[in-house]
Design a protein around this ligand. Structure first.
Ligand code: HEC
Length: 121
């Protein structure tokens, strides 16, 4: 950098790094916040992917061991759902969801609890 002392240059780099970390941290926070997902998009996604095993509406789960989503809605918090989807399980495959898909699917599952219906959507 022209016209700056080494010290000034180091200060600028530190400042830049600090703000980059801040931006990354707040982006991470926004992405992991329950309630930022779109339940409609989550339903569409769940129908594509999760419904191969889980009941997402009124019928029984195609894979009996896979808990129907309306039961999951009652038993799990948003935090527990994030934790489940971020860990590995012997019986459920690891599904690579984007952060947005994950937010949407969790918003959808939790919406099954919110409106108290077992889902005929
Ligand atoms: C290939 C079949 C399969 C697919 C696809 C699948 N799951 Fe599962 N899932 C299972 C099985 C089997 C279990 C029960 C595992 C256990 O209890 O150890 C389970 C359990 C769960 C649980 C915990 C339920 C509980 O009662 O604790 C959650 C949450 C979950 N799945 C979410 C999802 C979501 C969201 C998707 C779609 C993105 C999905 N699953 C796709 C088979 C599947």
């Amino acid at each position: 950098m022209v016209g700056l002392t080494n010290r000034q240059e180091a200060d600028i780099k530190r400042l830049f790094l600090a703000s980059a970390i801040l931006v990354a941290a707040s982006a991470g926070l926004a992405a992991e916040q329950p309630g930022t997902g779109d339940p409609q998009a989550g339903f569409a996604y769940a129908k594509e992917v999760c419904a191969n095993c889980h009941a997402i509406s009124d019928y029984a789960s195609p894979v009996p061991a896979a808990t129907p989503f309306d039961k999951i809605a009652i038993s799990k918090s948003a935090e527990a759902l994030f934790a489940w989807m971020h860990s590995t399980h012997p019986t459920m495959p690891n599904i690579a969801l984007t952060q947005q898909d994950l937010n949407d699917v969790i918003a959808y599952i939790l919406s099954l609890k919110a409106d108290g219906q077992s889902g005929d959507r």
